[in-house]
Design a protein around this ligand. Structure first.
Ligand code: ADP
Length: 216
């Protein structure tokens, strides 16, 4: 079976600092991957490259059999299938519903359909009934879950999560752990960066250990 996503000789330099240097890395579809390693080892850099938000200095990526070309049109098309949830997500002022609707509006989804999609995605992250709440007034963990709902509503094939549970309380983490396998069953591939010592195994994820920008 062809990999869902593969990286070949990827390097990322910030000025002269070599932040990432990977020979080969492959991701299978419908699977959970956990990037694990100390601060500064390159996890976020890798996630941003895979999200097609940061161009590597060198190397090649193949997404669903298609070589990634770093040109606007091609990136725009591929980005429709990939969503990155940042560690400290930026939520817009206004309601939770407004935050989640944003991407749907951008895609021209009719408001009637928006309603049920928003409801469904809030339910998935355990925030049913939160639609009218002011997003920025929620707790850190709740905001994180709104950001995940905002990503899920777009039904990406590849969901990228940067330290998703770092601000969550125990109940939220349990809900989150229950959600990921459901997303995988629905066809998603998930790559998360995490500091949690036990969560990657709890999720039966494939652990990718990193140090100084390299795989170990
Ligand atoms: P992690 O997510 O594992 O903490 P990062 O990918 O954020 O690691 O960082 C990898 C390395 O790249 C670190 O040495 C970091 O200081 C450096 N780095 C990250 N982003 C930038 C940037 N925008 N400019 C310069 N250096 C950066």
């Amino acid at each position: 079976m062809k990999p869902f996503l593969s990286l070949h000789s990827i390097e990322k330099r910030y000025n002269n600092h070599l932040a990432l240097q990977l020979d080969e890395l492959e991701f299978e579809p419908q699977h959970i991957y956990s990037l694990v390693g100390p601060n500064g080892c390159g996890k976020s850099t890798l996630l941003q490259i895979v999200a097609l938000l940061l161009k590597p200095t060198f190397g090649q990526m193949i997404f669903e059999g298609e070589k990634v070309i770093w040109k606007k049109k091609s990136l725009q098309r591929l980005r429709q299938h990939i969503t990155l949830v940042h560690q400290s997500p930026y939520l817009f002022g206004g309601s939770v519903r407004h935050n989640i609707a944003y991407g749907l509006k951008m895609r021209g989804i009719h408001s009637k359909e928006q309603h049920s999609l928003i409801h469904e995605s809030l339910e998935m992250v355990g925030l049913e009934g939160f639609g009218r709440r002011t997003a920025r007034e929620l707790s850190g963990g709740e905001q994180q879950r709104v950001a995940i709902a905002r990503a899920l509503v777009l039904r990406p094939k590849l969901l990228l999560l940067d330290e998703p549970i770092s601000n969550m309380d125990r109940a939220s983490i349990e809900a989150f752990d229950g959600l990921l396998p459901i997303l995988v069953d629905q066809g998603m591939t998930i790559i998360q960066a995490t500091h949690s010592p036990d969560q990657p195994e709890r999720l039966h994820s494939t652990i990718i250990r990193m140090e100084d920008g390299r795989l170990i």
